[in-house]
Design a protein around this ligand. Structure first.
Ligand SMILES: [Cu+2]
Length: 108
């Protein structure tokens, strides 16, 4: 019985510890031909989702040194997510609307 209790306690402690360091998810919408945030600060390991809230296609890409990616083009209501592991600055753009631009600061 004592063993079982300490096992439960250990599991509880472990999961609460993990809860503290758990990665977060942030949202940057695409609305009125712009990103809903000009700048976002996150921690390494966090996820950012980019829901398209306009009645036309958007694209999400970056050519940044720490994270180069292309989530492709997608329609209203769709969303794509990406995880950032390396600390640094990520410049995010839309290939369809060249004026769309925002920055993500990834902290250690
Ligand atoms: Cu766009």
């Amino acid at each position: 019985m004592k063993k079982l209790l300490s096992a439960i306690l250990a599991t509880f402690l472990l999961s609460s510890l993990m809860g503290v360091t758990q990665a977060k998810e942030f949202e940057v919408g695409q609305k009125n031909k712009s990103f809903t945030k000009d700048e976002l600060t996150i921690k390494a390991g966090d996820t950012v989702s980019f829901p398209n809230k306009d009645p036309f296609f958007h694209n999400v890409f970056s050519l940044s040194e720490i994270k180069s990616f292309d989530l492709g083009s997608y329609k209203q209501g769709d969303t794509k997510k990406i995880v950032f592991f390396k600390p640094g600055t990520v410049e995010v753009e839309c290939a369809i609307h060249p004026k769309m631009y925002m920055k993500i600061n990834v902290k250690k």
